[in-house]
Design a protein around this ligand. Structure first.
Ligand SMILES: N[C@@H](CCC(=O)N[C@@H](CS)C(=O)NCC(=O)O)C(=O)O
Length: 235
């Protein structure tokens, strides 16, 4: 039976982290809201009762319905035998995936520092300040953290030769940062050699090359998490 992924159809967003894993692992899935609509997603989510996901993305696998990107990736890895095979190591991967979730939230905060319900245009001054601190402090701090983690097993992946959900997610983060902050990332080029190598290697995972070249791979846009606003990038 194929998995059902529910995510907003108009942005890559957090859904893309799940998609990249499903594609790399060559798993069958329906991208339901992209086949139906955003309205169908809202209707499906609201129709669920009790301990339902708070927000997309969420995954449906028969009776199992789970939200939270990191948790979905842990579930898929475990179920499909794509973890490390060792609990302590799998927890470290999960720790890194949760660090990625935190980082993604901070990246979103560069253009929405006050409220996610307000337009960017309504919080541009705060965004300018936030993005400055992000570029100077938070961005390098997170990237050094992930780069050091990759060095631990000699690369190219977090586990060495075997790819994991952390690698597909870090690929997406690096692609998104190159899109959103091209000047800053160009300035930092060469500072994170393991991450840069990973960014070049993940597309070679069997299953991903076709997907990345296909129309299903959505481009970043200014409704998503990784947005390019010139004024928020390094001048
Ligand atoms: N921590 C959650 C965040 C989920 C999330 O913020 N989803 C966004 C789309 S990327 C959403 O639709 N949020 C609706 C809301 O927060 O009200 C995850 O990593 O999956």
């Amino acid at each position: 039976m194929s998995y059902q992924l529910w995510y907003w159809p108009m942005i890559p967003g957090r859904g893309e982290f799940v998609r990249l894993f499903l594609e790399a692992a060559e798993l069958d899935y329906e991208d339901v809201a992209r086949e139906e609509s955003a309205d169908a997603l809202v209707e499906d989510l609201l129709a669920r009762t009790g301990m339902r996901p708070f927000a997309p993305p969420y995954l449906v696998d028969g009776d199992v319905v789970i939200g939270q990107t990191a948790l979905i990736l842990l579930y898929l890895s475990d179920k499909e035998g794509l973890g490390s095979g060792d609990l302590a190591t799998d927890l470290k991967l999960m720790q890194l995936q949760m660090d990625i979730s935190d980082f993604v939230e901070e990246i979103h905060g560069t253009h929405h520092p006050i409220a996610s319900g307000l337009y960017y245009a309504d919080q541009m001054d705060a965004a300018f300040e936030k993005a400055h601190d992000f570029r100077e402090n938070r961005l390098p701090k997170y990237l050094i953290h992930f780069d050091n983690a990759l060095a631990g097993n000699g690369g190219p992946f977090m586990l060495g030769d075997q790819w994991s959900h952390v690698d597909t997610s870090l690929f997406q983060v690096m692609e998104g940062l190159d899109y959103a902050f091209p000047n800053q990332m160009a300035e930092l080029q060469g500072s994170f050699p393991n991450l840069e190598a990973l960014q070049g290697t993940v597309p070679e995972i069997e299953g991903l090359a076709d997907y990345l070249a296909s129309e299903r791979r959505m481009e970043f846009n200014e409704d998503g998490i990784f947005r390019h606003y010139e004024e928020l990038d390094r001048q």
